[in-house]
Design a protein around this ligand. Structure first.
Ligand SMILES: [Mn+2]
Length: 400
């Protein structure tokens, strides 16, 4: 298929072409398999031009002449080949070459044939420099969390940039992530995440940014409004209590001092809380950098299954995080969710995680709530559930 940089959708805009009827079936199959329009992705250049969605003042923002080097870590499971390649190619293309020194892809036991030989061949073609881009292969499904750890362990650069496998990096995305890290190795920086439309591949901004948080009754990621200071200086990085999860930059040194992710977390779920809480509680900080933009394909459904032999791993993950980091606040989580389930689930061995908290003399959760997530209770308050009764309900006789 012909792929040029000017092929539709031009500069990240929708193609505006009639749908190709001849491909309708193929398109539907690929959409089902990926959760986005993978057929269209195949017709778009890997290095297509995209709109610059940054604030105009980002263009004149200054960065240190000397910044730490960075490695891109991209874990993937059954990702579509062209979206995976576009992640690597676009991030490489819009980063200063001296700063992005390696790309590590971690294949979490994918079965798609294209992710074997064809991926290796494409990487060799797009990244001819020996050793610059390589693929690590997990022999069996590890899940997102341990796949990331595997990739991070292989990094030699100063800073690890964790990236989702269907992204496109924006104009000059890397220096704004590295600048705050150059000032303090315990600062973790997240880019702004823009939207790649799952149907048209149009790129548009999500909003003007927000701080990360959660709701007690689901432990889902939620957002807190920006503070007045960042409204006045909208291009400046601002503190965020919780990362969205998929994209962040962090020094290898700080990641390792924190013991990485808790390796007892399975597949996905809770890992962004675990890392965010310990970054803050153990003496680091977390920032969002508005001048670093990375676009991501949001999907409406997961095109692949979770392993069926792990039981309720999400509740177990949440419980591990709560037991180690949240002190008495864990009761707010348990009591507003399926409390019985939380009590029953075995969180497993937590001694290693508790030892990290002990060794680094980390703040307690009360400190975190007072100093970092101080407006959380205002926007996502804890509501003690009404006492319920247990027993049997019996229908009254109908002929009353
Ligand atoms: Mn994703």
């Amino acid at each position: 298929m012909r792929r040029t940089r000017d092929a539709p959708p031009r500069r990240g805009r929708p193609p505006g072409l009639p749908a190709c009827v001849c491909h309708a079936r193929q398109k539907a199959d690929l959409f089902q398999a990926n959760g986005f329009n993978a057929l269209l992705s195949d017709s778009i250049a890997l290095d297509r031009s995209i709109p610059d969605l940054r604030y105009p003042e980002c263009r004149s923002q200054l960065h240190y002449r000397r910044l730490p080097t960075a490695a891109l870590v991209i874990p993937f499971h059954e990702e579509h080949l062209s979206t995976l390649l576009r992640t690597a190619v676009s991030c490489r293309a819009r980063a200063p070459p001296q700063l992005l020194t390696e790309i590590i892809l971690v294949d979490d036991a994918s079965q798609k044939p294209a992710l074997g030989g064809p991926l290796e061949a494409a990487l060799a073609k797009h990244f001819p420099q020996s050793g610059f881009a390589r693929v690590l292969r997990a022999p069996k499904r590890e899940g997102l969390i341990r796949a990331r750890m595997r990739g991070i362990a292989a990094v030699t650069a100063d800073v690890v940039i964790v990236m989702d496998s269907h992204c496109e990096c924006g104009v000059n995305w890397l220096p704004p992530l590295l600048h705050p890290i150059a000032e303090d190795y315990r600062t973790v920086v997240c880019p702004f995440i823009d939207v790649i439309d799952q149907e048209t591949f149009e790129i548009r901004s999500q909003d003007t940014g927000a701080r990360g948080s959660w709701s007690w009754n689901s432990f889902h990621y939620k957002r807190l409004p920006l503070l007045s200071e960042s409204l006045r200086h909208r291009a400046e990085p601002f503190a965020s209590p919780v990362m969205a999860g998929g994209l962040f930059a962090m020094t290898r040194r700080w990641f390792n001092e924190l013991g990485g992710y808790d390796s007892g977390l399975d597949i996905w779920g809770g890992e962004q809380y675990e890392l965010s809480f310990k970054i803050w509680q153990c003496g680091g900080r977390m920032l969002d950098a508005p001048c670093s933009r990375v676009a991501h394909i949001y999907r409406n459904f997961m095109p692949y299954k979770n392993p069926s032999n792990l039981g309720d791993f999400i509740t177990r993950n949440f419980k591990r995080v709560a037991e180690v980091w949240m002190d008495e606040y864990k009761e707010q989580l348990y009591s507003t969710n399926n409390e019985e389930q939380y009590r029953l689930v075995d969180a497993g061995d937590l001694t290693k995680q508790r030892a990290i908290r002990e060794r680094l003399k980390c703040h307690n959760f009360e400190w975190y709530m007072k100093n970092v997530a101080f407006d959380q209770p205002k926007f996502y308050p804890y509501r003690k559930p009404a006492k319920s009764l247990t027993g049997f309900l019996k229908a009254e006789s109908a002929n009353r």
